[in-house]
Design a protein. Structure first.
Length: 116
């Protein structure tokens, strides 16, 4: 009896991502993917491509959850039930201060999307 090679799928494989994405997300994925592939001809752009594929893999996971689009709409509409990060993430203020002190990009008073 011969054993064939069993290979796990790479979740960051663009074909796997495209297959697993909801139809409504595919055009945007392909647009961003093609742009990142073009930039990856430069060695510095390769890391961007890797980050993009990872981000879209996370999008596949998020969109597969029941109620994802409804919750997204609630966030956009300001009707989502939310709690401050410091209430649900132990040590949030220390983590945030460390991140800001070390490598947080300079956006002014707050990073994009964060309002004091």
């Amino acid at each position: 009896m011969s054993a064939g090679l069993v290979q796990d799928e790479d979740p960051n494989d663009p074909e796997v991502i495209l297959r697993d994405l909801p139809e409504r997300e595919r055009a945007e994925f392909l647009r961003q993917y093609h742009e990142a592939v073009d930039a990856a001809h430069d060695p510095a752009g390769y890391r961007r491509l890797q980050r993009l594929l990872h981000a879209w893999r996370l999008t596949v996971i998020a969109t597969s959850r029941a109620g994802y689009y409804e919750e997204l709409e609630a966030v956009r509409g300001g009707t989502a039930r939310t709690r401050p990060a410091e209430e649900v993430i132990p040590g949030w203020q220390k983590w945030l201060a460390a991140a800001q002190a070390s490598s947080w990009p300079s956006y002014g008073a707050d990073p994009p999307g964060v309002h004091g």
